[in-house]
Design a protein around this ligand. Structure first.
Ligand code: HDE
Length: 698
């Protein structure tokens, strides 16, 4: 028998993966190393099609060729209409003790159980083949395979949304997607149709302020918060219900890229976030997030100065603090991207007893949309049989047939009530899911509640709560995006809105656009309240951990680099749970002082410093003169400086600093390293960015 390549993995059948019987689908063990057709026929020759003579025409009879090509022709499915580009990982969720007073959801009440999860992160606007570091909201969707069925928490990394009513979602997405006549720009909100729509939709102002902030260019999926956005309810065993908002907090802290850096990364490594998650999980450095809720009594909700059903509002943590529920750890990459990450189907309507919806009109529309979209994307109402979507608890009902039905239901009855099959599934009564009986009484009407009318006060709260660098970045974000709008009336309209958020923000954006005094006056329905104080929890950097855990140090070396330096960096970084990557002039590696050749992780021209969190410039005296000739080397340092990175440097690197026009003595973020003395650099790198430098470079 022919042997497969050494170490090749055996195929997993769907039944293997869901662990349910499934003899029908199992590939016979003896045939697993043989290449077969889809009918199980061993294939003798997979290199040549069947022809009438070696140089003759191909024969229609070649069923293997036709089967192989037909399958290939149909390998693509429609991408998600939004959130098309994403990346997922498996893991588990474990609750803390003591959640029973809040919810009867089994997976939140038993702190001994590790509930399997699949989590998919995504961008929203770009298509599946777009790049990771676009300015965009990130999806943060988690499927919990609980013992009471699948629960999906389908959130984003920004706590509010652009619109208040689901009926506007197709308009919002049509506006942000590539413009239909020209089919560009890809994965960008920086164009006329997006800003035309949002500038005519004041309810989007709060979300826009977040999307122009650093939150929309996360450093890593591992360093990103998540939010349920919509209000939900939790119900305990006594039937008591509370309104809740969900939050995920990453253990590593919340960090972002700098916009110019994100732009460079999108070309140098379009898969930056994918690669980051893959590398971390493969290295056993498992991302961890804590799940919390803000809990509000139904009565207390009425006292808030905004409507909890309005998805364009947050509940400041100073008013309602977070109550931790448990933690999620992602510890395994999918075996197959398509089968798992692409085919996973999330739906906010997937609930378990103990959790219920609110009447948020955005959520209510979502409850319809997700199931519906899977029908066109996955092509069949049986998509829940795909292993990644199947519950890990038994499921049975009287739904039958449809495209690609895998399950073989043996019963004569497929209706209820029936008396012919005593084993037929029956209603679960009190053990089943019951919607909580929320009072709902009102005229049938198309109308926004008045309590949804304040569109600027919380945008202003967000802006005012941030550190000066974060505020500057918001102004930069608005100016960049509006600068890409050719229609001046759209810029003017947006400047008018910004004045209601914060007059200094409006002035800064107008100045950056060269349009001071050109704002179009906008009359708000409700006068913005700028007296809401500030909320420290909204800033990423007020309370950021001083740490390089999970981050990456890039070391630029040449032949003759001191190996003691490299070894010390690797050791110290590992002690801080960070990694080091070596960048050499050539991909083949470098020869350190008095040592044999060592490998490099990157060639200089393929790895700009934008890919790393902090950098060390460590050439030898001769090496520095050689790399000086390359623009990539000078740019490496210049960009690290402009992207506000902490820069370690050996004395020998001085000519490179001269060429880049940077005085190392003049900047607290430029630190000397020598031999094994790298401690000061590592300590400095824990500050994430040298914010004080920003005024010099931007
Ligand atoms: Fe979604 N959204 N959405 N969305 N959404 C989808 O479902 C929709 C909204 C979110 O990794 C689609 O399976 C409507 C808010 C995530 O597979 C679709 C409205 C939030 C993902 C859909 C919203 C989200 C989606 C497209 C307005 C944050 C990716 C493919 C009422 C709380 C899940 C799919 C994944 C995906 C509809 C607004 C999060 C079309 C109608 C608000 C993370 O059904």
């Amino acid at each position: 028998m022919a042997k497969g390549p050494a170490g090749s993995k055996s195929a997993k059948t769907p039944q293997d993966s869901i662990g349910a019987g499934g003899e029908l689908h199992q590939v016979a063990a003896t045939a697993q190393t043989q290449l077969t057709t889809n009918q199980g026929l061993p294939v003798a020759d997979d290199q040549n099609s069947l022809k009438a003579g070696p140089r003759g025409a191909t024969l229609l009879e070649d069923f293997h060729l036709r089967e192989k090509i037909t399958h290939f022709d149909h390998e693509r499915i429609p991408e998600r209409v939004v959130h098309a580009r994403g990346y997922g990982a498996h893991g588990f969720f474990q609750a803390y003790a003591g959640n029973e007073e809040l919810t009867k959801a089994g997976f939140l009440c038993d702190s001994k159980v590790k509930t399997p999860v699949f989590c998919r992160f995504s961008t929203v606007a770009g298509s599946e083949g777009s790049f990771d570091t676009a300015r965009d909201v990130r999806g943060f969707a988690v499927k919990f395979y609980t013992s009471q069925g699948n629960y999906d928490l389908v959130g984003n990394n920004i706590p509010v949304f652009f619109i208040q009513d689901a009926i506007k979602f197709p308009d919002l997405i049509h506006a942000v997607k590539p413009e239909p006549d020209r089919a560009f720009p890809q994965a960008q909100s920086a164009h006329d149709t997006f800003w035309d729509f949002v500038s005519l939709t004041p309810e989007s102002m709060h979300m826009l302020t977040w999307v122009m902030s650093d939150r929309a260019i996360p450093r890593s999926y591992r360093m990103m918060q998540g939010f349920g956005v919509n209000a939900f309810r939790m119900i305990n065993a006594d039937g008591e219900s509370k309104l809740v908002k969900f939050h995920w907090r990453p253990k590593l802290g919340t960090f972002s890229l700098i916009w110019d850096e994100a732009v460079v990364i999108s070309g140098a490594d379009p898969d930056f976030h994918r690669r980051d998650l893959w590398n971390a999980i493969q290295a056993g450095d498992f991302p961890e997030y804590e799940l919390s809720v803000q809990v509000v009594d139904e009565d207390a909700a009425a006292e808030l100065d905004f409507d909890i059903l309005d998805a364009t509002k947050i509940i400041p943590e100073e008013i309602v603090p977070l109550r931790p529920l448990g933690k999620m750890i992602l510890n395994r990459m999918p075996d197959n991207f398509f089968a798992e990450t692409e085919q996973v189907a999330f739906c906010p309507a997937n609930l378990v007893p103990g959790i219920d919806f609110s009447e948020d009109p955005l959520l209510q529309g979502r409850l319809f949309s997700y199931l519906d979209t899977q029908l066109s994307r996955l092509g069949s109402p049986n998509f829940q049989e795909i292993p990644i979507n199947a519950p890990k608890t038994p499921w049975q009902n009287l739904q039958r047939d449809g495209h690609m039905r895998m399950r073989v239901d043996p019963s004569r009855t497929s209706y209820e009530p029936n008396s012919l099959d005593v084993n037929a599934p029956r209603e679960a009564g009190d053990e089943g899911f019951q919607s909580i009986p929320v009072l709902s009484d009102g005229p049938k009407i198309r109308q926004r509640p008045e309590s949804f009318a304040d569109h600027y006060s919380q945008a202003s709260l967000f802006y005012r709560s941030l550190t000066p660098p974060e505020q500057r970045h918001i102004a930069g974000g608005f100016a960049f995006e509006l600068g890409k709008c050719a229609e001046v009336k759209i810029r003017r309209r947006m400047l008018g809105h910004l004045e209601h958020i914060d007059s200094s923000l409006a002035a800064e954006v107008a100045d950056k656009l060269g349009m001071t005094g050109e704002a179009e006056p906008i009359t708000p329905t409700v006068k913005p309240n700028h007296g809401l104080g500030t909320s420290d929890a909204l800033s990423q950097y007020l309370d950021a951990p001083k740490s390089i855990a999970g981050k990456k140090i890039g070391v630029l070396v040449t032949d003759g680099t001191d190996p003691k330096l490299v070894d010390a960096l690797v050791k110290k970084a590992a002690a801080e749970k960070a990694t080091v990557e070596i960048i050499a002039p050539k991909a083949g590696g470098y020869t350190p002082l008095n040592e044999d050749r060592r490998p490099a992780d990157h060639a200089l021209e393929g790895a700009p410093s934008a890919l790393f969190d902090a950098v060390v410039i460590a050439p030898s005296e001769e090496g520095v003169l050689q790399i000086l000739k390359f623009a990539a080397a000078v740019d490496w340092l210049r960009m690290a400086f402009a992207h506000l990175k902490v820069i370690g440097h050996v004395e020998e690197s001085a000519p490179l600093f001269d060429a880049a026009g940077i005085d190392p003595a003049n900047d607290a973020g430029i630190v000397k390293v020598k031999g094994a003395k790298v401690g000061d650099f590592i300590e400095a790198a824990k500050q994430h960015r040298v914010w004080e430098r920003e005024a010099q470079v931007r």
